[in-house]
Design a protein around this ligand. Structure first.
Ligand code: NAD
Length: 385
């Protein structure tokens, strides 16, 4: 089996951002090579996350300067992001593409992958089950995002998070409000707590109240009626009346906070707007809002993808490339996710990836195979159902 890793830092995205992560580390590469896998890595692919070509070469990886002549020979392209059409066009029928393919918002790309007869595995679609945890890239990157968002907020805040009692006076602990207490939100709560802030959090899934409290945060109870969650544990979209009730009930908490971090997502849909400009205007000048969802539509009205802006004296951070701010840690975790995925399904006899589509992990995450899009959730979304 031959796997290729591209240098994703070579091409910038539409926001002119350059990817810093890579799908293998020298450590994970060594384990893949030990399985008998031929691993090809495009020159410089690990540099932005701190891994030099020579570290890969030392564990048996072949470093490639021009990937185009070898792409038709590979069985798998393991990536962080969606590969370019130009690269995909060179791959042979039946080869696999693995990465964050952003399938709900990349219909033309996924259709084109299917038409080319490639097999696509989208890491966002890996089920949130106990067995799949070690391959769960959404969680690994979201945990780091939670940490990074607090760090970025701290860097903008003209004050400190912990209480400080000194002969020169007492500084009260900062108030941090976290909206959305999924993987990223919980990590943001834990990080802000460690730095000494008072943390309040809200999520439409009441089941997370206990998790918030176990991290030392307080849960804001808002009665918005039945919310529930999907069978996979994702939030359901609120009705207009529920949205209005949530906005009313959280207004005071936002106005009184030094830092607000929004992490609310609806799987496969645009994230909900949680903070309007009118609510933002109630915050003290110098306060900081971090909008985790800025690059995919935004939880905060007026936030700008990829930028930190000021609205009425409030800093609104919309960076969006959260885990990449700690690229080495993000790469280490993602490379483990990819290794664990390959290891789980590697067939030692044929020395290839065993594509058992009856397995629940692959049934969920393989979204294109044999010329067709194979995931019902996606097909429904594409049909607008
Ligand atoms: P996510 O990124 O889809 O959303 C983040 C959070 O935003 C969620 O907690 C969601 O409830 C919340 N949210 C949505 N609308 C909101 C609103 N209007 N106001 C406030 N909050 C709102 O979620 P996630 O972090 O990917 O987690 C999704 C689920 O998957 C959770 O139940 C989590 O515990 C579960 N999970 C399970 C595993 C596992 O078992 N292996 C791994 C990771 C996550």
């Amino acid at each position: 089996m031959k796997i290729i890793i591209l240098n994703e830092s070579k091409a910038a995205d539409p926001l002119n951002h350059v990817e810093k992560r890579v799908a293998v580390t020298p450590g994970s590469a060594q384990k893949l090579v030990k399985k008998g896998i031929t691993l090809l890595l495009e020159q410089g692919a690990g540099e932005a996350s701190g891994y030099a070509d020579k570290e890969y070469a030392a564990v048996g990886v072949t470093i490639i300067a021009d990937v185009n002549p070898v792409l038709p020979t590979v069985d798998m392209l393991a990536a962080v992001n969606k590969p370019s059409e130009a690269h995909l066009a060179l791959m042979k029928k039946g080869a696999m593409v693995v990465g964050h393919l952003d399938p709900f918002f990349q219909q033309p790309l996924i259709e084109s992958i299917a038409e080319k007869g490639l097999t696509a595995l989208s890491v966002e679609m890996i089920p949130r089950s106990s067995r799949a945890q070690k391959m769960d890239a959404l969680s690994s990157q979201a945990s780091l995002a939670g940490y990074v968002m607090v760090m970025q907020a701290v860097n903008q805040l003209p004050s400190i998070l912990p209480m400080m009692m000194t002969p020169s006076g007492t500084i009260k602990p900062a108030k941090v409000f976290v909206l959305g207490a999924g993987v990223a939100g919980l990590q943001a709560i834990a990080t802000a707590r460690r730095l000494g802030a008072n943390v309040l959090a809200y999520d439409t899934r009441p089941v997370v109240a206990e998790q918030v409290e176990s991290l030392g945060g307080k849960f804001l109870n808002i009665d918005i009626g039945e919310t529930g969650q999907t069978k996979d544990g994702y939030a359901k979209e609120l009705t207009d009346e529920q949205k209005a009730r949530q906005q009313d009930a959280q207004r005071d908490a936002i106005a009184g906070s030094d830092i607000v971090i929004t992490t609310a997502q609806l799987f496969g849909r645009k994230p909900p707007v949680l903070i309007t400009k009118a609510t933002l205007a109630l915050m003290k000048p110098g306060s900081v809002v971090v909008d985790m969802a800025a690059t995919s539509g935004g939880n905060v009205e007026g936030s700008v993808a990829g930028e930190t802006i000021e609205i009425n004296g409030v800093k609104v951070i919309g960076d969006g490339y959260w885990s990449q701010a700690v690229a080495r840690a993000a790469t280490d975790m993602y490379a483990n996710n990819i290794y664990n995925l390959i290891d789980e399904f590697f067939d030692d006899e044929s020395r290839s990836f065993g594509l058992n589509l009856d397995d629940d992990i692959l049934a969920g995450s393989v979204i294109a195979h044999n010329g067709k899009i194979t995931n019902d959730m996606l097909l429904n979304a594409y049909r607008g159902a």
